[in-house]
Design a binder for this molecule. Structure first.
Ligand SMILES: Nc1ncnc2c1ncn2[C@@H]1O[C@H](COP(=O)(O)OP(=O)(O)O)[C@@H](O)[C@H]1O
Ligand SMILES: [Mg+2]
Length: 304
């Protein structure tokens, strides 16, 4: 496989073993420019290990990773072009947020004015003078993001950034990442909870037990979500016949109650109206995306 021109990250048959444990198992996927890609999988799936390999912090047992078409460790200006926040980022607890960022800026040759810019960007300016030890987990996440943004990166790699964020913080992160991508940036963001990134990502890569499970645009994943329609009518048998003739799959569940799949609730209502069938109830029961995600990862578990 050669390099994919529009890919900012390529993971190619990556395997990482720790002794007998295979943390990442022959995993391949890519992240395209200008997209927000969700990297999903339950705890222990191998997400952090993969991200560490991408960032040159873990040596692959086999396979390779590329960032902007090259090995991260050979990428010129890597810390400026790629902003990363790994799990459990360590901060000197006695330092203020501002001092933490200034020390990073100093090491990278970035002017202190940029520190003030990123503090504003992550809305941490009010707490910037306080010691990090008094920060909430959400504030630490923002500080981590601020350090990742110092070099004005084109690519963000974030490991479970939604951890510890309250709903308002989640909304803020979502808006921030969408805006980052809208300005041409690319994002790879991991999470073990699909709901956390559902409204942020364009596409998802799902892994489990270190192995690839699925890769899809969010819309495709949503389309895979099956929906059933629950419908109650005093004429269940007649309605069942009409819906079956219309192409739906119908199960008579109980007294005057049908479970219909393969057709939307709107069509069930139309068929009933066209034939003068009275309805007492019409409910669309969507499987949530989270349920679809769990089903995908459980299928994988059953198969292994
Ligand atoms: N440095 C390490 N040494 C040994 N085992 C590790 C190491 N890092 C991760 N693992 C193991 O690899 C597996 C995948 O871990 P990880 O990549 O952290 O998963 P995730 O981030 O999806 O929760 C886990 O079983 C974990 O215990
Ligand atoms: Mg992890």
């Amino acid at each position: 496989m050669g390099t994919t021109p529009d890919a900012v990250i390529e993971v190619e048959r990556l395997t990482k073993r720790y002794g007998k444990l295979t943390a990442v198992d022959d995993l391949s996927f890519s992240v395209s420019r200008g997209s927000v890609t969700g990297f999903l999988g339950p705890n222990g799936a191998g997400k952090s290990t993969t991200l560490r390999a991408i960032l040159g912090l873990a040596n692959p047992t086999s396979g390779r990773t590329r960032v902007f078409g090259t090995d991260y460790r050979r990428l010129p200006d890597a810390p400026l072009r790629v902003g990363a926040v790994l799990e459990a980022s360590d901060f000197h607890p006695g330092r203020s947020g501002r001092d933490h960022l200034r020390s990073l800026a100093l090491a990278a040759g970035i002017p202190f004015s940029r520190v003030e810019d990123v503090l504003l960007l992550v809305e941490l300016e009010a707490a910037a003078g306080r010691r990090v030890k008094g920060y909430s987990l959400g504030m630490r996440q923002r500080l981590g993001l601020a350090s990742a943004l110092l070099g004005e990166p084109e690519l963000l790699v974030l490991d479970e950034p939604a951890n510890g964020l309250d709903p308002e913080g989640m909304r803020w992160l979502r808006d921030f990442l969408r805006a980052f991508a809208a300005n041409g940036g690319s994002v790879l963001v991991s999470s073990h909870v699909l709901a956390e990134v559902e409204q942020t990502v364009d596409r998802v890569v799902i892994i489990n037990h270190g192995r690839f499970v699925a890769e899809a645009a969010l819309a495709e994943l949503t389309a895979r979500v099956t929906s059933t329609v629950r419908v109650r009518s005093p004429e269940p048998d007649r309605l069942a016949g009409l819906l079956t003739a219309d192409g739906a799959t119908v199960t008579v569940v109980g007294d005057a109650l049908l479970s219909v799949s393969g057709t939307p609730a709107s069509r069930v209502g139309e068929v009933a109206a066209e034939n003068g069938v009275v309805l007492h109830e019409l409910v669309s029961e969507e499987t949530s995306l989270e349920e679809a995600f769990l089903a995908l990862t459980q299928d994988e578990e059953a198969a292994s």
